[in-house]
Design a binder for this molecule. Structure first.
Ligand code: F0G
Length: 358
């Protein structure tokens, strides 16, 4: 008799099957997404006076949280008989769509704003075999074009306007409750197209309603100052920020985000690029967590709300979602982390000691 050992990472469709819109015809697609580490802070939590945990979504197979929703959306595209999937993206959705499409044997088409995509993400999209189109326009323009494409051609749109994306993405909230034994008091995260905050709120509410948690968290969502339509209360025609992943002026899930904020008694606020970059550097140096710039926005936001005394974090359990891996954006890493010159020295112990001043 052979013993069947279940894989350690069965993926979110298998793990949370009962909580997701899965039928007998939904393929068991997975790249081992989900089950990402929840790591306790050693420095920034002390600074904020709270029990701070980081949810390391950069540990997903393509290096961002997008894989949770993408596995669900692509599985549903297969179930619906689509031969191709399409998305607009600031990079991570494109990488994820291309990977899961490759896995499922579908074609993928990604529509990207000109010049706004971090190098690692663009390389991923090509590596996984996507057809890549660069458009003279913003992410918001790309999304409009993708919607039009979907009306004229039999392609599955896998942006978060596809409801299955949000269904898959809510599994991150389930995991946090499973690991902590309850929902946290606060959840902090970046906002771009606003799908993730909408999905987290749905997930926390579902767990609470099913008795898996005794509370729901207050959601704290953060935009970059130059791309903060939800804070300003109107679309931003030409969004600007160093955090290219969240350079979005008219979020598709705006209503979901505002509902998540209001129902959770949360806050949506803006942070400057300088604050984002300071958090980006500190996460790496003080916590050992190398994330892409947009992913540092949650820490920047927590610091700002704490400084302005807009939230009382003292003694609370706070989860900060780190949405994507630092290797996604090598140009920013080099700019922020690497010294201008790294000149080689002679290959001797004496030369190393002299260099170090030891
Ligand atoms: N963090 C990262 C690293 C992202 O890539 C995104 C969105 C967000 C945060 C914001 O999440 O859109 O659900 O509010 N990236 C999308 C993309 C827009 O195309 O990859 P959101």
């Amino acid at each position: 008799m052979t013993t069947v050992i279940p894989p350690p990472h069965p993926g979110v469709l298998v793990r949370y099957r009962r909580m997701l819109p899965i039928t007998e015809d939904t393929p068991a697609l997975t790249l081992g997404e989900g089950d990402t580490p929840l790591v306790q802070s050693v420095a920034i939590g002390r600074e904020l006076g709270c029990r701070l945990y980081f949810k390391l979504e950069g540990c997903n197979p393509t290096g961002s949280f997008k894989d949770r929703g993408m596995v669900m959306a692509v599985a549903k595209a297969v179930e619906a008989g689509n031969r191709a999937v399409v998305c607009a993206s600031t990079g991570n959705t494109a990488a994820s769509a291309a990977a899961y499409a490759a896995r499922a044997g579908l074609e993928s088409l990604v529509v990207l704003p000109e010049g706004g995509i971090a190098a690692g993400k663009l390389a991923q999209a090509f590596a996984y075999g996507a057809r890549v189109i660069s458009v003279r326009g913003s992410f918001d323009t790309c999304l409009r074009l993708v919607r039009e494409l979907g009306q004229h051609h039999p392609v599955g749109i896998v942006n978060s306007i596809n409801p299955f994306r949000l269904e898959g993405q809510k599994t991150a909230a389930f995991e946090i409750c499973d690991v902590l034994g309850d929902a946290p008091d606060f959840l902090a995260l970046p906002i771009g197209n606003a799908g993730n905050i909408t999905a987290y709120w749905r997930g926390f509410r579902q767990y609470y309603e099913q008795g898996g948690a005794s509370q729901t968290p207050r959601l704290l969502g953060f935009q970059a100052e130059g791309a903060a339509p939800l804070v300003l209360g109107r679309p931003v025609a030409e969004p600007r920020t160093v955090a290219s992943a969240i350079k979005i002026g008219d979020p598709a899930s705006r209503d979901g985000a505002l509902r998540a904020r209001d129902e959770s008694e949360g806050i949506i606020a803006a942070v400057s690029d300088d604050e984002i970059l300071a958090a980006y550097r500190d996460l790496a140096r003080q916590e050992g967590l190398f994330v892409e710039p947009a992913s540092a926005t949650g820490v920047a936001g927590l610091r700002r709300l704490h400084r302005e005394q807009r939230v009382a974090l003292q003694g609370k359990t706070v989860v900060c979602v780190l949405t994507g891996n630092g290797l996604k954006d090598p140009d920013c890493a080099v700019r922020e982390h690497t010294p201008a010159s790294l000149s080689p020295i002679e290959p001797t112990l004496a030369a190393i000691e002299a260099h170090l001043g030891w």
